[in-house]
Design a protein around this ligand. Sequence first.
Ligand SMILES: [Zn+2]
Ligand SMILES: [Zn+2]
Ligand SMILES: [Zn+2]
Length: 119
Amino acid sequence: MLVTFEPGQPSRCTHLDAIKPVTPSAPGCGDCLSIGMVWVHLRICMTCGHAGCCDRSRNRHARAHHERSGHPVVRSIEPGETWGWCYLDDQLLPPAKQTHPSTPPGSGTPDKGKKTCSP
Ligand SMILES: [Zn+2]
Ligand SMILES: [Zn+2]
Ligand SMILES: [Zn+2]
């Protein structure tokens, strides 16, 4: 499975060159799997495909991978989530287009139980 991420415009992030089509390194957080831990959400490194767990997970392997490798951008590969995150800018990278545009832009239906994005 090839994972791609196309950030929307405009973005102040200057690390978009690091984004490439990647193949996930594992079906879950490989680091958690190897130590028998569980995770909350899965993030994937858009430079090398490292799959790691989010900041709400106990071990924060996605952030640990960023700190070890310097790879700046991850995206969520949770179902229905297409946004990315730049660790260097500490900034959300909205996707260029929604995969399932259920509401036209500007119709302004607020999400019930609005999800907050975090790396
Ligand atoms: Zn950036
Ligand atoms: Zn993990
Ligand atoms: Zn990486």
